[in-house]
Design a binder for this molecule. Structure first.
Ligand SMILES: [Zn+2]
Length: 219
């Protein structure tokens, strides 16, 4: 359950139980299963997928991304398949949080694929501003989930927007994304979750024993 730690307020020590720390392996595995059913996607280990090896080779050859980094650090969603570089439910608390947030980020890409169908793949691969826009939506989910999972901590807009450099996105599009995310962070800090994918995941976690940051829509 929760983890105890001591907090000092005006010189006095208080024992605090941080329930937001209690994310379990079962909750992370369960969340991925539930989101996969709800948004109709399947999960594949990236390392064992031949098509990912080809993409890694091509991205490396084009100078967009290092092959090893693409295979080991990035989750990639194509259509209804999510390629993960990690084993779901395994790792430290930080890794479990990342996996849960990644689940929602990738579910958002499936939603975009549903919404824009073939144009999603065309836009994503050929237009830098479109790719930045799609990723901004995904990063907002990442931000919302990180906030909820950590009991109120915020990822900075700059750190998330800078990740776009690894996707071959221009400086000006990174700047636009950073501003967009900066506004999102202000909204999230007030307890407002906008993305439906995040709401779905938060509702599920809430119903499965997880206690995260207080968010408005489930008060
Ligand atoms: Zn993404």
């Amino acid at each position: 359950m929760g983890q105890d730690y001591t907090k000092k307020i005006e010189g006095k020590s208080y024992l605090v139980t941080e329930f937001a720390n209690s994310l379990t392996k079962e909750q992370v595995v369960g969340l991925w299963e539930y989101m996969g059913r709800k948004y109709d996607f399947n999960v594949v280990q990236k390392a064992s997928a031949k098509e990912m090896q080809y993409i890694a080779f091509a991205l490396d050859a084009m100078g967009i991304q290092n092959k090893k980094k693409f295979m080991q650090s990035y989750t990639t969603t194509i259509g209804r398949t999510v390629y993960v570089p990690f084993v779901i439910g395994e790792g430290s608390l930080t890794q479990l949080r990342n996996q849960a947030a990644t689940c929602v980020h990738e579910a958002q890409h499936v939603v975009q694929f549903d919404r824009d169908s073939i144009y999603f793949i065309k836009n994503y691969t050929t237009s830098q501003p479109a790719r930045a826009h799609y990723e901004a939506e995904g990063y907002r989910c990442t931000m919302e989930m990180f906030y909820y999972l950590t009991g109120g901590k915020m990822l900075t807009a700059t750190s998330l927007a800078n990740m776009l450099a690894g996707y071959g996105v221009s400086e000006s599009d990174i700047r636009v994304t950073r501003r967009h995310l900066h506004i999102s962070s202000k909204v999230i800090r007030m307890g407002d979750i906008i993305s439906n994918t995040s709401k779905t995941a938060i509702r599920w976690l809430n119903n499965h024993g997880f206690v995260g940051a207080t968010v408005d829509f489930i008060k």
